[in-house]
Write a protein that binds this ligand. Structure first.
Ligand code: GTP
Length: 598
């Protein structure tokens, strides 16, 4: 009976189309949170999310909705991120749902991530409810967007709700549609427990808190459970739902989305995607779980204080709990000491992890420039995977380097096709094809080196199309490439953490631009510091940081006490992020210098 009244759904959308705003309205209209408690974008709990205004981690809440038919329904709403880096999180939340509300911005129309999300939802056989948002804006073109939804996606959009998540207009219809169009979950209550772990977090008091979707059976405190993949067994201490605060329940049943705690202290035991079952009467077959996500970029993370190495390891282990796509293994650098080589889905993911480590775990880190994984074929015929440029074998040992490529789909209005193609060409792209979606929009498809895409391609794409282009990409094999490792020498010493890989054609230009950049970033000292870039023993670019003269520092003072305090504070903070390399003090920015060059 309870099951018949459950609706499990996600909201999916291209970034900024208004998912979180719609989620807020739904929370408000179901009285899940009182108006007083209502904070914009309540579901975005991480500080970082609120500051950046983007959703990163999925969140699940239970709400109660009294429908027009007079009955009360239990909604489990799972919010999902929209950025291309986090599509993995989206597929995780969708696996816990029967339906998805697809939000499309009436002023922007269907974009690359709209399509990508729809494909994910279709993979899971979800019922998709298209809604057209932001119709309060004068530039809204709901009819045109309806047409796009029908043509590009092949969904019937004739009944699509026209809403303004901002003002609340039309959101009541969305709630009714959720009741009437998204199926109730099925799943036999009498069968052994079968629950999918779609997220988990570590709590100092309760141990690991598992977010689960119960597919079959029931679970209650005292039950003995088995985590099928790891083989670990525990006794359940508490079950409940988030509403949005944790709310204890006597039992969770098939169809529910909630949490389980079982005094799990060993975080290695819990894997997102694993199946929870009864220890005494296990189910025969685990759930399909998730596709393994492989990181796209790697970079080195080093504590500025080497004594914090173990703290960093612990922090990474805890973050990995609810971020299965994060990978890390120990590495050492002559320049930076002991740290970890970490794998990320993209640069935004990398940024987010670095910031979470610093904020939530109080660590100060130096991050080295990101690199993709190169497949290096040696002269003896063997292959090595190189994710750290410093570990690239000697040129004499290399037969060939293969670099990862992606298939990039760029959706763009006609007028900007030229600009997009020029950009792709400049980034070593190979044209594949071009599809006209309607008389104004084109899907341009290129094969491109991943290394060119992950750095600043997205920003460049946005700026060269006035924000109109949207991008989606997936890995598409490797291709042999003329690449070289470029070393940076400071004061005559090679700094392993500054080495990078470049296409030979751009090597000299990039090397020159980087030594110039380092010259600006690295503070002057009381002696002259030569900066050189080299391929093997051959120096390809050089410059010098001049020694400072007294009067330069003497002039740094300002009358305004506020400004002065700020300056001092900034200097203090900046200083923390310095790393002494030999006699030279190098700030964090220096390690990222290689990113921002053409
Ligand atoms: P991510 O969580 O980062 O993927 O974005 P999102 O899809 O959740 O978008 P969000 O809800 O943060 O909305 C993006 C912007 O659009 C915000 O500035 C909202 O205030 C605005 N917005 C959302 N819905 C509406 C609407 O109906 N009308 C208008 N005018 N603005 C809206």
């Amino acid at each position: 009976e309870r099951q018949r009244h459950i609706r499990n759904f996600s909201i999916v959308a291209h970034i900024d189309h208004g998912k979180s705003t719609l989620a807020d309205r739904i929370l408000e209209m179901t009285d899940t949170v009182s108006k007083r408690e209502m904070q914009d974008q309540l579901l975005d709990t991480m500080d970082l999310e609120r500051e950046r205004g983007i959703t990163i981690k999925l969140n699940a809440v239970e709400l109660h909705y009294k429908a027009k038919d007079g009955e009360t329904y239990i909604f489990h709403l799972i919010d999902t991120p929209g950025h291309v880096d986090f599509s993995y999180e989206v597929s995780r939340s969708l696996a816990a749902c029967e339906g998805a509300v697809l939000v499309v911005d009436a002023t922007q129309g269907v974009e690359a991530q709209t399509l990508a999300n729809v494909y994910l939802a279709l993979d899971d056989d979800l019922e998709i409810l298209p809604v057209i948002n932001k119709i309060d804006l004068p530039s809204a073109q709901p009819d045109k967007v309806k047409e796009q939804i029908e043509n590009d996606i092949g969904l019937d959009a004739s009944d699509a709700d026209l809403i303004s998540a901002k003002t609340g207009l039309g959101v009541d219809k969305v709630l009714e549609d959720i009741v009437n169009k998204i199926p109730a979950p099925d799943g036999d209550l009498e069968k052994p427990l079968k629950a999918l772990i779609f997220d988990s977090v570590y709590d100092d008091y309760r141990g690991v808190v598992l977010s689960v979707r119960i597919k079959e059976g029931t679970v209650k405190p005292g039950d003995k459970i088995l985590l099928m993949n790891s083989g670990a067994k525990y006794e359940v201490t508490e079950v409940g739902v988030n509403s949005p605060k944790p709310l204890k329940r006597d039992m969770l049943i098939a169809g529910d989305v909630g949490y389980i705690t079982a005094s799990i202290k060993d975080i290695q035991d819990t894997r997102v995607g694993d199946t929870v079952t009864n220890a005494d009467n296990p189910t025969d077959e685990p759930l399909a779980g998730y596709r393994e996500m492989s990181p796209m970029v790697y970079s080195g993370l080093y504590p500025t204080d080497n004594a914090k190495y173990n703290d960093l390891r612990e922090a990474l282990e805890k973050l990995k709990l609810n971020d299965a796509a994060l990978e890390f293994e120990p590495e050492t650098s002559q320049a930076l000491g002991f740290g970890f080589r970490c794998g990320f889905l993209g640069l935004l993911h990398m940024d987010v992890i670095q910031e979470r480590l610093e904020r939530e775990f109080n660590l100060e880190l130096i991050t080295t420039a990101p690199s993709v994984t190169y497949d290096v074929e040696l002269t003896d015929g063997s292959h090595v995977a190189v994710t750290n440029p410093a570990e690239m074998p000697e040129t004499t040992m290399i037969k060939q380097i293969n670099e990862p490529y992606v298939r990039a789909e760029i959706m763009v209005p006609n007028d900007y096709v030229g600009a997009v193609m020029e950009l792709c060409q400049r980034k070593r792209g190979q044209f594949v094809t071009m599809e006209y979606l309607d008389d104004n929009r084109v899907n341009v498809i290129y094969q491109m080196p991943l290394a060119e895409i992950i750095f600043d391609f997205f920003d460049k794409l946005k700026s060269s199309t006035r924000g109109y282009a949207s991008l989606d990409y997936e890995l598409d094999g490797t291709q042999p490439s003329e690449l070289a490792k470029i070393d940076i020498l400071l004061n005559g010493d090679r700094v392993d953490a500054l080495s990078f890989i470049s296409h030979k054609e751009f090597a000299e230009k990039r090397a020159r631009s980087i030594v110039e950049k380092l010259k600006k970033i690295i503070p002057r000292q009381n002696f002259e510091i030569p900066i050189q870039a080299a391929i093997g023993a051959k120096i390809i670019a050089r410059t010098n940081i001049k020694a400072y003269r007294k009067d330069v520092t003497a002039r740094i003072h300002t009358g305004d006490p506020d400004r002065r305090a700020k300056l001092l504070d900034k200097q203090k903070r900046g200083k923390k992020r310095m790393k002494a390399l030999g006699k030279v003090e190098v700030p964090q920015q220096a390690f990222m210098a290689v990113l921002k060059t053409d």
